[in-house]
Design a protein around this ligand. Structure first.
Ligand SMILES: [Zn+2]
Length: 143
C-alpha cells in the first residue's frame, strides 16, 4: 500500500480516554493502560479497571512484540483511494496472553501471514496521531 493509500485510511475516533494512547507512539514506544492495583493490562484504553473497578490506571511501556492471533485480508475495495489489499490482525502481545490488540498489517507479502507469526508493533503518523501497525519480524517461527 503506497503513501497516498495510507493517507486515505480513516483515522481513529479519538476520545478523552484514548488521546494519550494515540499520541504516545510518537517516540516509537507502545504504551498500554494497566491497573495500578491488580496489574491487569487494559486495552483498548479505559480509565477504570474492568476486573477490580479501580480508577488507578496508568500507561505503561510494553515491548511491542507479539504473535498473530488471528487476521483477515480484505481484497475488496471499501474506501476510495485504497485499492490494494490490506490485512487486519489481532495480535497477542508478549506481556500477557490475554492482552490482544487489533491493527493493520504492514507487509510486502500478505500471503505469508499466518497465525502464530512473530510480529512487532510499529507506528504510522497520520494527522499527528501515531497509529500502531503490525509488522512481521521476519524471524523463523519455532512452532
Ligand atoms: Zn484492577
Amino acid at each position: 500500500m503506497n503513501r497516498d493509500q495510507v493517507a486515505a485510511l480513516p483515522v481513529p475516533a479519538i476520545s478523552i480516554d484514548s488521546l494519550e494512547f494515540w499520541k504516545s507512539g510518537s517516540d516509537g514506544q507502545l504504551r498500554i493502560t494497566r491497573c495500578d492495583d491488580c496489574q491487569l493490562w487494559i486495552y483498548p484504553p479505559k480509565p477504570i479497571c474492568r476486573r477490580c473497578r479501580s480508577q488507578a490506571v496508568s500507561y505503561e511501556p510494553v515491548q511491542g512484540r507479539g504473535r498473530i492471533f488471528s487476521y483477515t485480508i480484505s481484497r475488496q475495495q471499501f474506501l476510495p483511494g485504497v485499492s490494494d489489499p490490506y490485512a487486519i490482525a489481532v495480535v497477542t502481545l508478549d506481556e500477557d496472553p490475554d492482552l490482544r490488540m487489533t491493527a493493520r498489517v504492514v507487509a510486502d507479502d500478505l500471503t505469508r501471514l499466518h497465525i502464530g507469526m512473530p510480529v512487532t508493533i510499529e507506528f504510522e503518523e497520520r494527522n499527528d496521531m501515531w497509529i500502531p501497525v503490525v509488522a512481521p519480524t521476519g524471524e523463523e517461527d519455532p512452532q
